[in-house]
Design a protein around this ligand. Structure first.
Ligand code: NDP
Length: 294
């Protein structure tokens, strides 16, 4: 058996097209052009690429993009002052502070300073709490993308056994909450979990968000299960060149799973698409308009 490949690139492109339509509608009917501000501190090359892609896709969707680059010597007070300015700026509906931040800055303090209505990363404690208590919230982009991908395979997640490996605030924990909202039966595994392969084999849907290259082997996957691989790991290939692999041993798992996301081209493209979704949702909410159709 060979798994169906879940084409995150194509699904993300469709989602971006839907976002662009909603942006056109909001700006035509209400004069509202959603704006996303991205703050990048320092010169981390991976972050710089990510931020460039975000800006490009924001503009392609018809939204305004505001880039703020700060040196890695910036003080916490200076960064907080910028966040305060963006909170007050009526053209800005979404604020994203790219992580990681330099050591002199308390990232929790910075994330908590973002207006929860503009918190398009969904990392503010107010949004995390709202999600956990079943209220409407801005939801972290990567887990939101994971759910959308899972739903391309399973029209409903109700009653399915979902196993999430990883319990970070950015991926694992919000993913657990989203799965509960979808009525899945959720098991959370982490570094202290006993017999992880056996736990994984229970899953109808297996989400790997670990950060360990190809840790999940093919025989950890229940035949026919859906595998959503969040991992992005850069490793040296046999030719000495670096390449990106997921947390799942793809070549093995693709022979067992019913459906699987590739890396790259699976969860990754969905993350930015969901950021655009959150920006449109934030803009509509701030303007007091009904939730957009995306
Ligand atoms: P973290 O390092 O914050 O969390 C990793 C989690 O995996 C922790 O909960 C940890 O457990 C668990 N873990 C570590 N080792 C093991 C192990 N041997 N067995 C079981 N569980 C283990 O990572 P993130 O959540 O930030 O990211 C996870 C992966 O997703 C990374 O590869 C990252 O690059 C990728 N990522 C991809 C994104 C995308 O857009 N596609 C966006 C964000 C992340 P414990 O809590 O016990 O330490």
């Amino acid at each position: 058996m060979t798994a169906r490949i879940i084409d995150g690139k194509a699904i993300a492109a469709d989602l971006r097209a839907t976002v662009a339509r909603e942006v056109a509608r909001l700006s035509g009917a209400h004069g509202l052009v959603p704006g996303l501000a991205v703050v990048l501190v320092g010169e981390n090359p991976a972050s710089a690429v990510y931020v460039r892609n975000k800006s490009k896709q924001t503009i392609e969707a018809g939204m305004r993009s505001f880039d703020h680059r700060l040196p890695d010597t910036v003080t916490e007070d200076e960064l907080l002052a910028l966040v305060a300015r963006l909170n007050a700026d009526p053209l800005v509906h979404g604020i994203l502070v790219q992580l990681p931040l330099p050591v002199q800055i308390d990232s929790h303090k910075v994330l908590a300073a973002v207006d929860p209505m503009k918190d398009v990363d969904g990392f503010h404690p107010v949004n995390a709490g709202r999600l956990a208590t079943g209220l409407s919230a801005l939801v972290p982009c990567t887990p939101l993308g994971c759910i959308l991908l899972a739903k391309t395979v399973h029209a409903s997640l109700t009653g399915l056994d979902a196993v999430v490996i990883g319990r970070s605030n950015i991926v694992g924990k919000p993913l657990i909450q989203l799965l509960l909202n979808e009525n899945a039966t959720v098991t959370v595994a982490h570094s202290k979990t006993r017999d992880l392969p056996a736990v994984c084999r229970r899953a109808d849907i297996l989400f790997a968000a670990v950060g360990r290259p190809e840790m999940v082997r093919g025989d950890w996957v229940r035949p026919g299960a859906t595998v959503i691989d969040v991992g992005i790991n850069r490793i040296a290939g046999p030719d000495g060149k670096s390449r990106i692999v997921g947390d799942v041993a793809y070549a093995e798992a693709v022979e067992v799973a019913g459906a699987i996301t590739p890396v790259p081209g699976g969860v990754g493209p969905m993350t930015i698409a969901c950021l655009l979704v959150n920006t449109v949702r934030a803009a509509a909410a701030i303007a007091g308009l009904p939730p957009p159709a995306v």
